[in-house]
Design a protein around this ligand. Structure first.
Ligand SMILES: Cc1cc2nc3c(=O)[nH]c(=O)nc-3n(C[C@H](O)[C@H](O)[C@H](O)COP(=O)(O)OP(=O)(O)OC[C@H]3O[C@@H](n4cnc5c(N)ncnc54)[C@H](O)[C@@H]3O)c2cc1C
Length: 398
């Protein structure tokens, strides 16, 4: 196993670091550090800058507008990107539906949608989950029925992140209720301004609005909005979920948050000294750091295996489980470090409206809300229990 980078890779790493240091604005970084959700305009502005640089879609092949990087370069880019504290690019267009469209879509769909995804001129959301169809996604019931040149859609989605900011949804619908669960599903592209489509907010534990319910009441979309073949949507859905799961080891993001934790623990006071010097608290930090290091080396081992032509099976599930748990531990420690100021929290809007500033020291702002939002990391992208089932099946043959 060779974990070293070539001279070319190291030069690339330096280029990425320099670009981010020069272009990531302090305000954007600060919001991302605190886990505050970006607004639509800020998100588009930042993503357009990455587009101009040619780095918006690290995983896309060159023929579709990606940089055509090697696996190692993709790894380096992602690592440096999150280590710098840059905000996550909205994954629904770039990481999810884009690859589905260039792999399974028609030429017309590629021409129509891919350039706008790259330029962030169209923002997307993911219409998979329904009440009663989350882990057991194949039991989804939203129906699409052919009527002339259209599909007519009736049903409901839930937990749809950023639906209120999106222009388009990629959506799983049932087109054949007679077929076995997985066999009767299709993959549709739906404009969010279609008549009959309603978005209702769900306010999360963090008191923020990122989640939604989406209702379809005889929503019509042209037959041309079907991706691939009718009733073969499950194949495309699984392809997309595989890409989604690869996003969630979050090593560099957790490293960045760990550095932040060390910085804050150096400012907070405990027993007349710095919290960072408290043996009990520093032991907790060290444990998180060791777990993170082990996760990083697991990620590098899997990268090395892929570079040598090997295949991964349940490894992304292992990375997802540990990555989410470590991220939650670090966010929990950030709250603990704040002491009494870890308890009260205000939404971003509430803080902006106060003329006496946020409660507690400046570094406390956003931490509790982010910690509460982080609880979702063991749920979205396939819950940790479902990932354990995958490991049990693929590795232990149970
Ligand atoms: C913050 C957030 C953002 C999300 N964004 C989106 C989005 O943009 N688009 C979208 O489509 N969905 C989204 N989701 C939904 C997410 O994909 C589902 O919540 C997830 O798949 C779990 O489904 P569920 O909530 O219906 O829970 P359930 O499937 O009902 O599970 C409930 C509990 O039972 C456990 N469980 C279920 N089945 C098994 C089993 N076979 N073995 C062992 N344990 C099991 C689960 O692990 C869980 O603990 C989001 C969720 C969250 C929290």
């Amino acid at each position: 196993m060779d974990l070293s980078f070539s001279d070319e890779d190291i030069a690339f790493q330096h280029e990425v670091r320099t670009f981010l240091a020069e272009n990531l604005g302090a305000g954007t970084k600060d919001r991302s550090d605190r886990g505050l959700h970006p607004g639509r305009e800020d998100m588009i502005l930042w993503q357009k800058m990455l587009y101009e640089k040619g780095w918006i879609a690290p995983n896309w092949p060159r023929e579709h507008g990606g940089p055509g990087w090697s696996l190692t370069k993709k790894y380096i880019y992602n690592h440096e990107y999150f280590l710098s504290g840059a905000p996550q690019v909205s994954p629904f267009g770039i990481n999810m539906v884009g690859p589905v469209i260039y792999t399974f879509g028609s030429d017309e769909q590629k021409t129509r949608y891919l350039p706008d995804i790259l330029k962030s001129d169209t923002l997307w959301c993911q219409g998979y989950s329904e009440p009663g169809a989350g882990s057991d996604l194949a039991s989804l019931r939203t129906r699409a029925v052919r009527d002339g040149n259209d599909y007519v859609i009736q049903g409901q989605k839930i937990w749809t992140s950023w639906a209120h900011l999106a222009d388009m949804m990629f959506c799983l619908v049932r087109t054949n209720p007679e077929a076995k669960n997985q066999a009767g599903i299709s993959f549709l592209l739906i404009p969010m301004d279609a008549p009959g489509l309603t978005v209702k907010p769900i306010i999360g534990l963090d008191l923020e609005h990122s989640l939604n319910e989406v209702f379809f009441d005889d929503v019509r979309v042209p037959l041309g909005n079907l991706v691939g073949e009718e009733n073969r949507g499950w194949t495309y859905a699984k392809f997309l979920l595989g890409n989604e799961r690869n996003l969630v080891a979050r090593v560099a993001r957790s490293k960045h948050q760990l550095n932040r934790l060390i910085d804050i623990a150096g400012k907070e006071v405990a027993y007349g000294g710095r919290l960072l010097d408290d043996p009990d608290f520093s032991r907790k930090i060290a444990k998180a750091e060791i777990d993170l290091m082990a996760l990083e080396y697991s990620e590098l081992r899997y990268l090395s295996r892929e570079l040598a032509g090997g295949e991964l099976t349940a490894e992304p599930s292992m990375l997802k489980i540990k990555g989410a748990e470590i991220a939650q531990t670090i966010k929990g420690l950030l709250v603990e470090a704040l002491g009494v100021y870890g308890t009260p929290y205000e939404t971003d809007e509430e803080t902006a409206e106060r003329n006496d500033g946020a409660i507690g020291p400046d570094h406390a702002h956003g931490i509790q809300a982010d910690n509460l939002y982080q609880r979702a990391a063991t749920i979205y992208g396939g819950t940790n229990e479902i990932q354990r089932n995958i490991i049990a099946k693929m590795i232990f043959g149970l």
